[in-house]
Design a protein around this ligand. Structure first.
Ligand code: ZN
Length: 111
């Protein structure tokens, strides 16, 4: 499972590097930076709330960027953490796909 918000400006997904399994485990509000070159808020802080965070399964897709959440805001991590996360995800077998899908459902229905 990986978490993302949609950029409020360019609608691209901004991936979050977080172990949270439910929305309630995320800070209520935090800062993310869109990694999309050409976005009107590229490289600038934008505020999001955890209600804007969604989960998706780890299967396929390139990760464009990742942010590490801190309790008192956010640390900009760059894409390296996301690449590592993607490698770990791709090593997982199909057994974990089902677990992953359930975790995604649970996250997306949480508050
Ligand atoms: Zn953007």
């Amino acid at each position: 499972m990986r978490l993302y918000v949609q950029c409020q400006y360019c609608r691209n997904k901004i991936y979050i590097n977080s172990p949270a399994q439910l929305r309630g485990e995320l800070p209520f509000q935090f800062v993310l930076r869109c990694q999309q070159i050409g976005c009107s808020v590229y490289g600038r802080d934008a505020f999001y709330t955890r209600n804007e965070v969604f989960a998706e399964t780890n299967v396929g897709g390139a990760v464009s960027g990742a942010i590490v959440l801190g309790a008192l805001g956010a640390l900009v991590a760059g894409p390296i953490g996301a690449v590592i996360g993607g490698l770990i995800g791709s090593k997982a077998g199909s057994n974990t796909d089902e677990l992953d899908r359930k975790a995604v459902e649970r996250f997306n229905s949480s508050w």
